[in-house]
Design a protein around this ligand. Structure first.
Ligand code: GDP
Length: 193
């Protein structure tokens, strides 16, 4: 594998988006190093491979999941690929995003503060009906934890966001994260259903 994001496609859904086959742009936000790329690679490729990382430019991968109500959701996942410090990228990056996943590292309180900054940015500049999820990653690092799960949960509830702790390393809660997002997506109205 070239180790670069982009161009990898899941082909299960294939068809035109409709009420049962959703296609959504998902953006990842969060401090550099919190594990955004690892979460995506775990979800899309089923691997934990920290060396496989894009270093230049934003990029995306896509992955389709099937929900229990037989809806399929094709996530087009945008990763900042290290561009989080360039504010100028932001509006382009958020545009058309139906989902924002804001990630912090449970061992790093600064990254939790930064996550709260991103939430405010999205509330200002994101689309009004954007689905937001707050993710405390690196949950496998119990001994180094500095952000209590309760803090993440309380903050997320206050903002009306979904909250989950994940580990890209052990795969814990990675699929659940995307399934829960899928459940929360607004369903386009369809006359045939
Ligand atoms: P990004 O800058 O937010 O995209 O972060 P990366 O995905 O590049 O991850 C940064 C570092 O954190 C890498 O060295 C990974 O090995 C490590 N990492 C990412 N996710 C986890 C995790 O769930 N657990 C642990 N222990 N380390 C992780």
């Amino acid at each position: 594998s070239s180790g670069r994001l982009g161009g990898l496609n899941s082909s299960e859904s294939g068809g035109v988006p409709d009420a049962k086959n959703l296609r959504v742009k998902l953006v990842l936000l969060g401090d550099s190093g919190v594990g955004k790329s690892c979460i995506v690679l775990r979800f899309v490729r089923g691997q934990f491979d920290p060396t496989s990382k894009v270093t230049v430019g934003a990029s995306f991968l896509s992955q389709t999941i099937a929900l229990q109500d037989s809806t399929t959701v094709k996530f087009e996942i945008w990763d900042t690929a290290g561009q989080e410090r360039y504010a100028a990228l932001a509006p382009l990056y958020y545009r058309g995003a139906a989902v924002a996943v804001i990630v912090y590292d449970i061992t790093n309180p600064d990254s939790f503060n930064k996550a709260q900054y991103w939430v405010k940015e999205l509330q200002k500049h994101g689309s009004a009906d954007i689905v937001m999820a707050l993710v405390g990653n690196k949950a496998d690092l119990h001994e180094k934890r500095e952000v209590p799960a309760q803090d993440g949960l309380e903050y997320a509830e206050k903002q009306g966001m979904f909250f989950i702790e994940t580990s890209a390393k052990t795969a814990d809660n990675i699929n659940q994260l995307f399934e829960e997002i899928g459940k929360r997506l607004p369903r386009p109205s369809s006359s045939s259903s």
